[in-house]
Design a binder for this molecule. Structure first.
Ligand code: 13P
Ligand code: SF4
Length: 362
């Protein structure tokens, strides 16, 4: 039962003490998050990874790309553990190194590789954190950088200072919403189609481009609609609508505010009692916030429950399993299960791209 699993997890954590640190993303189930030493959005968790260099193991309750990032930012001795190896991210899978490389080669052919008079290179690649380590490595190797939903604007500014344009992958929505908020016109944001030469765009469109968008999206955030926002406003006058920037542009435009998971949590925490919120993000976070702030009315924009099915693959059974393996005992040797490691040939480049992000300041 969940109660028993909770007891096992607490017992294993007590035995391991400072040897282990458990990190949990905001989208994780409550039964998992109650055991986390740090809870946060993907940027905060990347930073938290470096907060305990003494711990032998980092158990990452989140998805695969987050665990890879933790491996890149932790010490070589530390083992990063993903309790269920099947916890991936369908958006991250929408850009692979081969198609991005092919796109890059076509862009190089079109724009060349020489900087302009002000020293800006033709294209800077920017990858959303929600991507494989190989793509972070690609960015590190080609003068690019990583962003998260909480620093996308800062990172795009960094990129516009160094490049005439940006190739942004995998999430078209985060790229479009962020660039639009910075004043980039939509007609200067063509979308790249990896199945067509030049992405199906004309050379003129690409010449004029400022942000070239990849076609990826999040299947959870794609479900939110402008109609849902209209219904929420009709049924709850005065409602504050906050959505995640992975939502489609029309939804972000119709909302009152948008931001990362941490932004949403902080906005609710800071509101006067009796506020009403309609939230466009993953259901586990919305339900936890609703339980945590009974003085507010908080509901999910999507009336049909919308969990992130891969985040949901981490449950307390897996957490108990990997922690108990670290303890060992009864003649069973201690063991690191489900370790996530990034191959050396991409790790150095990927770390460069992550460190550029950590150093980029608003
Ligand atoms: P945050 O960076 O806002 O935590 O988002 C991560 C994510 O996967 C959203 O779907
Ligand atoms: Fe990936 Fe979307 Fe799940 Fe976030 S919510 S981990 S982007 S599938």
């Amino acid at each position: 039962s969940n109660g028993e699993l909770g007891d096992w997890i607490r017992a294993a954590k007590a035995t391991l003490g400072d040897r282990v640190v458990v990190l949990g993303h905001f989208y994780q189930r409550e039964e998992v998050l109650q055991h986390a030493d740090f809870v946060g959005d993907s940027f905060q968790l990347a930073v938290a990874t470096q907060s305990r260099p003494d711990a032998e193991a980092i158990v990452f309750c989140g998805v695969h790309f987050m665990a890879e990032t933790a491996d890149l930012l932790s010490t070589p001795e530390q083992a990063v553990i993903l309790p269920n190896l099947a916890a991936g991210c369908s958006m991250a899978d929408m850009a692979d190194i081969d198609s991005v490389t092919e796109c890059w080669e076509q862009l190089e052919e079109l724009y060349g590789t020489e900087p302009d008079a002000s020293g800006r290179v033709p294209v800077i690649p920017v990858t959303y954190m929600n991507s494989s380590a190989a793509l972070k490595g690609f960015c590190g190797e080609h003068g690019g950088i990583v962003c998260t939903s909480s620093n996308a604007e800062t990172v795009l500014e960094w990129a516009f200072e160094r490049g005439q344009r940006v190739l942004f992958f995998p999430d078209q929505h985060l790229g479009r919403n962020t660039a639009k908020a910075m004043g980039v016109p939509l007609e200067r944001m063509p979308m790249w189609n990896p199945r067509k030469p030049l992405g199906g765009n004309t050379e003129t469109e690409l010449e004029d481009s400022q942000v070239i968008l990849w076609h990826g999206f999040c299947s959870v955030h794609r479900r939110f609609t402008v109609d849902q926002i209209a219904t929420a406003r009709a049924e709850h006058p005065g409602v504050r609508v906050i959505v995640h920037p992975e939502c489609p542009m029309a939804v972000v435009d119709a909302a009152d505010e948008y931001g990362s998971t941490d932004y949403i949590a902080k906005a609710i925490a800071a509101a006067p009692a009796g506020s009403t919120f309609a939230i466009g993000t993953e259901i586990n976070l919305v339900q936890r916030l609703a339980a945590e702030y009974p003085q507010h009315t908080i509901f999910c924009l999507d009336p049909v429950v919308c969990p992130c099915s891969t985040m949901y693959r981490i449950h307390s059974g897996y957490l108990a399993w990997v922690l108990e393996a670290l303890v060992g005992g009864d003649g069973v040797p201690a063991e690191v299960l489900n370790r996530i490691t990034v191959a050396d040939d991409v790790a150095d480049h990927a770390r460069v791209a992550l460190e550029r992000m950590l150093a980029a300041k608003p």
